[in-house]
Design a protein around this ligand. Structure first.
Ligand code: ATP
Ligand code: MG
Length: 409
C-alpha cells in the first residue's frame, strides 16, 4: 500500500500556512489490511480509519458516483485498484486535489499548484455539481483566502450558479450546512462568504432573509452606507476584525432581518424592525439547527440592539427590563456578547468604523450596579417567593437610578 497526504495539508504547506489537521489517502489496500495494522474504522458509509497512534484520518482511495438527491444519494467504490488520480478527481477544488508522498513528491494531475499561484478556486471536474455542499465550501475557502488574493474562477462560479438554481441546495442537511456556515463565519473575512453565496444565487436559497436586505435603504444620517445588506456585511467585517466569537458573528449577521419586511412606502425608516425580525431570526436559527447559544444571542441582539445604542437615554426602568431580559445576574457573558454585537453594529457603518462606543461601558456599569443588590438583607426582612422577587427588583431599580444620576452628573 502507498500512503499520501492529501487535501488541506498539502495546500496549506504550499501556501506557507500552518497545517493543523492532516488527511491521508491509502492506495492499494483493503479494509482487512488496514484493520490488521491496527487502524480503527470510523463511519459506516465509506472506508475511513483512524491511525492507532496519531488518531489522524486515513481514507482508502475511492471513487464516487451520484445516485440520487442529496448527500445520501452517493455510491462509493473503494478497492485496491482505485488509483490516486481517480481518488483526487472526486475532490472539490484543484488546490484541494493534490497529494504528497513521504518524500514531499507532489502528485498534481489537476493543476492545483498552477491555481494556487493564480490565486484561483477552481473545481476539479464537472462532478463538482454532484454535491451541493461544495457551493458552501467554495464560499468558505473564498472567505479564508481572500486576504491572499484568491477569487472563485468564473467557470466554477457558473457551476455554483447552476447548482443554486437546480434546487439541490435544499437537499442539504442542517448539520452539514451549519458546519460550513459556522466555520466560514470564523474565517478572517466572513463577509466574502456571504458575498460569494449571494453572487451565485445560493444566499437567496439558503438565507432569503439575509438576501432580502440588499437594496433596502436606511436613513443616511445613521447609515451613510444606506443599503441594509452592505451594512450587514460591514457589521460582520467589524466582528471579524475584533475577533468576536461565533455567537456574536451569528447575531451580527441576523440582527437587522426585520428591515427586509418594511413596506417600501415606509423606506428608509424601519419602525419596530427589531420586533418584526424575531420570527425571521427564529426561522434561520431553526433551519440550520444553530447551537443554543447562537440562537439565543441572535434573538436577543435582534430584539434589543436599538436599546443598546440608546443606553445612555434609557429610563432606569427600561434599563432594568433590559438587564432582566438578559438575566445578567446569572449570564454575565451573554450580556458582554450583546454589548459586543451592538458595538459592531455601530461601527459597521461607512466612515464610522473607528467611532467610540461609550454605551458599552455604560451598560457594563449598569449591570454591575444592578448586581450589587444583595438578596440576604431582603431575606432577613422576611421577604419570600414572588414578594422577594418584587423587592429585589425595587432595589435594583433604586441602584440603577443612582447609577444614572451619577453618570449624568
Ligand atoms: P480544512 O483546512 O478546512 O480542513 P481541507 O481542505 O482539509 O480544509 P476537509 O474538510 O478536511 O478540508 O477535507 C479534506 C479534503 O477532502 C479536501 O481538501 C477535499 O479534497 C476533500 N473534500 C472534503 N469534502 C469534500 C466535498 N464535499 N466534496 C469534494 N471534496 C471534498
Ligand atoms: Mg482537513
Amino acid at each position: 500500500m502507498q500512503i499520501y497526504k492529501v487535501g488541506g495539508a498539502v495546500r496549506d504547506r504550499l501556501l506557507g500556512k500552518p497545517v493543523t489537521d492532516i488527511d491521508w489517502v491509502v492506495v492499494g489496500a483493503t479494509t482487512e489490511e488496514m484493520l490488521a495494522k491496527g487502524f480503527r474504522p470510523v463511519g459506516a458509509d465509506f472506508p475511513v480509519f483512524l491511525h492507532p497512534k496519531s488518531g489522524e484520518e486515513y481514507a482508502l482511495a475511492r471513487t464516487e458516483r451520484k445516485s440520487g438527491r442529496g448527500y445520501g444519494g452517493f455510491t462509493f467504490h473503494a478497492s485496491p485498484e482505485v488509483t490516486l488520480e481517480e481518488d483526487l478527481i472526486r475532490r472539490d477544488l484543484t488546490i484541494n486535489a493534490m497529494a504528497e508522498d513521504d518524500q514531499q513528491n507532489l502528485t498534481d494531475p489537476y493543476h492545483g499548484q498552477r491555481d494556487l499561484e493564480a490565486r484561483l478556486l477552481r473545481h476539479v471536474s464537472p462532478a463538482f455539481a454532484e454535491d451541493p455542499l461544495r457551493v458552501l465550501r467554495v464560499a468558505r475557502f473564498a472567505a479564508r483566502y481572500a486576504g491572499l488574493g484568491f477569487t472563485v474562477a468564473p467557470e466554477t462560479l457558473e457551476l455554483m450558479r447552476q447548482l443554486s438554481e437546480s434546487g439541490e441546495l435544499e437537499a442539504l442537511t442542517a448539520e452539514r450546512s451549519w458546519k460550513e456556515i459556522s466555520r466560514a463565519l470564523m474565517e478572517d473575512q466572513p463577509r466574502v462568504f456571504i458575498e460569494v453565496l449571494r453572487e451565485c444565487g445560493a444566499l437567496k436559497v439558503l438565507m432569503p432573509e439575509v438576501d432580502a436586505l440588499f437594496g433596502v435603504p436606511q436613513p443616511e444620517a445613521h447609515h451613510p452606507e444606506i443599503d441594509t445588506g452592505v451594512h450587514t456585511l460591514s457589521v460582520l467585517e467589524q466582528a471579524a476584525r475584533h475577533k468576536q466569537p461565533l455567537t456574536v458573528r451569528w447575531a451580527c449577521l441576523l440582527h437587522d432581518l426585520g428591515k427586509g419586511l418594511t413596506p417600501e412606502e415606509e423606506w428608509p425608516r424601519h419602525i419596530a424592525h427589531e420586533h418584526k425580525g424575531l420570527k425571521l431570526i427564529k426561522a434561520v436559527n431553526e433551519r440550520f439547527k444553530a447551537p443554543k447559544d447562537c440562537q439565543e444571542l441572535a434573538l436577543l441582539v435582534g430584539e434589543y440592539h436599538t436599546h443598546g445604542h440608546r443606553a445612555l437615554e434609557l429610563k432606569p426602568s427600561t434599563l432594568l427590563e433590559l438587564l432582566q431580559s438578559f438575566d445578567v445576574y446569572r449570564r454575565p457573558q451573554r450580556f458582554e456578547e450583546f454589548i459586543a454585537a451592538c458595538e459592531m453594529d455601530a461601527r459597521g457603518r461607512k466612515g464610522l468604523e473607528q467611532r467610540s462606543y461609550p454605551q458599552a461601558d455604560y451598560l457594563r456599569g449598569a449591570a454591575n450596579a444592578a448586581r450589587t443588590v444583595a438578596v440576604q438583607p431582603l431575606l432577613e426582612k422576611g421577604f419570600k417567593g414572588p414578594e422577594l422577587g418584587e423587592a429585589i427588583k425595587r432595589e435594583r431599580l433604586k441602584a440603577l437610578k443612582a447609577y444614572k444620576d451619577a453618570a449624568s452628573a
